[in-house]
Design a protein around this ligand. Structure first.
Ligand code: ATP
Length: 301
C-alpha cells in the first residue's frame, strides 16, 4: 500500500513546493531528479526559527547505503553569522545544503534549527525559514516585477523596490524604459548571468527568510561581476544567518567561520588567517587557487 501512496505524496510535495514559491524552478527540478524521501511526522509542529541558529550534530549521510558521504559531521552556525563551506570537489558541500532543506534525512545524527530537529517539524515551515540562491538562477518569461514578487505573494510596490535595491539591481531596472514591467527571458530582455543572479537575490530577500543558503555561482560569472555580487551578498547577509557553499576561496575569505570539508569530514575550521597559518588543507587549496588565478588575470587584460 505504501508503494501506492508514495507517488501521491510526492505530487503533494511538488504542489506545495511550487505554491510556496520557495525554490528556483530549475533548482527544484534538478533536485527532484533525486528521489524525494522525506515526509512530515504526523502532527509535526511548525518550525520556529528564532534565533536562527543552524547545527549539524554528528550527521551521517549517504545517497546509497553502500557509500557514506558525510561521516558524522558536526558544526554550528550562530544566529546572524556567515559561515562558508569549502573543500575539494565531491567533498559533500552541496549535500549539506540539500540536507538542511530536507530533501533527504540523515541516516544518523540530527540537524537543528533554533534547537529544533528539522526532521520533526513541518517541512513547509522549514522551507519558509530558508532562502536559497542557487548556482544557476533561472527566470520566468515574464516581467521583472513578476520575477521578483514571486518571492512573496502580495508584496507591495515598496517592498519589491527595496528588495531590488538591496540586491543592487534597482539602478539597472530604473534605466529601463519599462522599469519593473520589462519582459525578461526568451522573448524579452536577455539578462547577463550577474543580472539574473541579482534578480534571484531580490526574490529571496523579498521572501525574507532568516536563514540564507548561497550556492556560489562562480563558474558562470566573470570575475568583475563575481566580485560585485559578492559585495552585494556580504551586505545583505548581515541581517541573516548565512551558509555559503563556495567553490572559490577568494570569495569567502572574510566569513566568520570557514568549514573545510574533505571527503565528508570536517578537516579544519576557523577564520581565513588562522587557516592559512595552520598550513593544512585550506592553506594548500588557497595557494593552488592563487597560482591558478594569476595566468587568468593576465589573459583578461
Ligand atoms: P562540487 O564542489 O564538485 O560541487 P560538493 O562538495 O558539493 O562538490 P556534493 O555535490 O555534495 O559535493 O557530492 C558529494 C558526493 O555525493 C559526490 O561523490 C557525489 O558523487 C555524490 N552525490 C551527489 N549527489 C548524489 C546523488 N543524487 N546520488 C548519489 N550520489 C550523489
Amino acid at each position: 500500500l505504501m508503494q501506492l501512496f508514495r507517488p501521491l505524496d510526492m505530487l503533494g510535495w511538488v504542489y506545495r513546493t511550487i505554491r510556496q514559491g520557495l525554490v528556483d524552478m530549475a533548482e527544484m527540478f534538478r533536485l527532484m531528479d533525486t528521489q524525494v524521501e522525506v515526509i512530515d511526522v504526523p502532527g509535526a509542529p511548525a518550525l520556529v526559527a528564532d534565533p536562527p541558529t543552524v547545527a549539524f550534530d554528528n550527521v551521517v549521510f549517504g545517497y546509497d547505503p553502500e557509500r557514506t558521504i558525510l561521516h558524522g559531521l558536526s558544526f554550528e552556525v550562530p544566529a546572524g553569522s556567515r559561515v562558508a563551506i569549502v573543500g575539494p570537489s565531491g567533498a559533500g558541500k552541496s549535500t549539506i545544503g540539500r540536507l538542511l532543506f530536507r530533501f533527504y534525512d540523515p541516516q544518523a545524527g540530527r540537524i537543528l534549527i533554533a534547537g529544533q530537529d528539522i526532521a520533526k517539524v513541518q517541512q513547509q515551515s522549514l522551507r519558509e525559514a530558508i532562502g536559497i540562491v542557487p548556482q544557476d538562477s533561472v527566470l520566468f518569461n515574464d516581467t521583472l516585477r513578476y520575477n521578483i514578487a514571486y518571492g512573496r505573494e502580495g508584496a507591495s510596490e515598496g517592498e519589491i523596490l527595496r528588495a531590488a535595491d538591496d540586491a543592487a539591481i534597482l539602478p539597472f531596472i530604473e534605466k529601463l524604459p519599462d522599469g519593473l514591467e520589462t519582459e525578461v527571458g526568451e522573448r524579452g530582455l536577455k539578462l547577463s548571468g550577474g543580472e539574473k543572479q541579482r534578480v534571484a537575490i531580490a526574490r529571496t530577500l523579498l521572501k525574507g527568510p532568516p536563514i540564507l543558503l548561497f550556492d556560489e555561482a562562480t563558474s558562470a560569472l566573470d570575475s568583475g561581476t563575481e566580485q560585485d555580487i559578492l559585495g552585494t551578498l556580504q551586505r545583505v547577509s548581515r541581517n541573516h544567518t548565512t551558509l555559503a557553499i563556495a567553490h572559490r576561496l577568494s570569495t569567502i575569505s572574510d566569513a566568520d567561520t570557514i568549514l573545510v570539508l574533505d571527503d565528508g569530514h570536517l578537516e579544519e575550521q576557523g577564520r581565513h588567517a588562522d587557516l592559512l597559518r595552520r598550513g593544512g588543507l585550506y592553506a594548500e587549496m588557497w595557494a593552488r587557487q592563487q597560482a591558478e588565478s594569476e595566468p587568468t588575470a593576465e589573459a583578461a587584460e
